[in-house]
Write a protein that binds this ligand. Structure first.
Ligand SMILES: Nc1ncnc2c1ncn2[C@@H]1O[C@H](COP(=O)(O)OP(=O)(O)O)[C@@H](O)[C@H]1O
Ligand SMILES: [Mg+2]
Length: 272
């Protein structure tokens, strides 16, 4: 341990490593033998149908649930209650309606014990980059859906944790707003040195944003495929890059549609 094998670059060190993770709710098996990795600075997506177990995976990472089997390591240390390396953006935007935007964006820091004045000092310079200039004193209900998501994302990234967990951050937005938010996030991604894991059921979103994608089967989720997205960054998809993106999307859709035919899968339907 600790020794780098010959020819190995530091980038091959894993930031996050999940090994053979299994999770169930009572009788219901949700995650089945999930193994995956995320390298420092990598953007990895989990793509899977609704109800497959994607949010459950984040519950395991954030410590809200424990896996029945398997191991989770972060920077080579076993993940436990003492190690909380994630800034987590939950599936719903979760802004508190009675707090002004400025006070919503400082919330994550305040929970960590940072004093409000200091938290504001850290958050305010980022307002223009997040397209929220002038809305510091507004309430969430006074913002568009896209702005609310940017505020939620600002609250997440300002916590300055080693890794971001984003659970369907744009799922509630209309298609146009979602597309512009994806573009914005990809630009931000190019400018910052973030490590991120995104959960989504949107194939195009996964392809546009990710370095790698893990495709989950329907519940109980297992990894049916891992895809490296070989598109240039920044992701200005013109000409051949656009054609390549469409090709990857079609390939992923094939995998998703064919996954239920696998003989090992039993729970294809959501329970009524
Ligand atoms: N607290 C819970 N108790 C029992 N079943 C749950 C609970 N939370 C989620 N489930 C079930 O586990 C499965 C996976 O849920 P989830 O991880 O939220 O899926 P996804 O995020 O991929 O849509 C679903 O079938 C869901 O009904
Ligand atoms: Mg979910």
């Amino acid at each position: 341990m600790g020794e780098t094998r010959k020819g190995e670059r530091p980038m091959t060190v894993q930031r996050l490593e999940l090994d053979h993770i299994t999770c169930r709710y009572g009788e219901t098996q949700v995650l089945s033998d999930i193994s995956l990795t995320v390298k420092p600075g990598e953007f990895v997506s989990i793509l899977g149908p609704s109800g497959s177990g994607k949010s459950t995976l984040f519950k395991l990472l954030t410590g809200a649930r424990r896996p029945e089997a398997g191991s989770m390591r972060f920077d080579s240390h076993t993940l436990d209650r003492a190690i909380r390396p994630f800034a987590f953006m939950p599936q719903r935007d979760a802004l508190m309606p009675w707090r002004r935007i400025i006070d919503n964006t400082t919330l994550g820091l305040e929970v960590q014990g940072v004093r409000r004045a200091e938290a504001r000092r850290r958050v305010l310079p980022l307002f223009s980059e997040f397209g929220l200039d002038g809305f510091e004193q507004h309430y969430p209900a006074e913002l568009s859906g896209g702005m609310r998501q940017r505020a939620a994302l600002l609250r997440t990234v300002v916590q300055d944790k080693p890794m971001l967990l984003l659970d369907e951050p744009f799922g509630a937005l209309d298609a146009l707003t979602r597309a512009s938010m994806q573009r914005w996030l990809e630009e931000m991604w190019s400018q910052h040195d973030w490590t991120a894991m995104l959960v989504t059921h949107d194939v195009r979103e996964a392809v546009y944003l990710s370095d790698r994608i893990y495709i989950f089967s329907p519940r109980p989720a297992r990894v049916v495929r891992e895809i490296t997205v070989d598109l240039p960054r920044p992701r200005i998809l013109d000409g051949s890059a656009r054609a390549r993106a469409a090709e990857i999307e079609a390939d992923i859709l094939d995998t998703l549609f064919n996954a239920p035919n696998d003989a090992t899968m039993t729970n294809l339907e959501e329970p009524r």
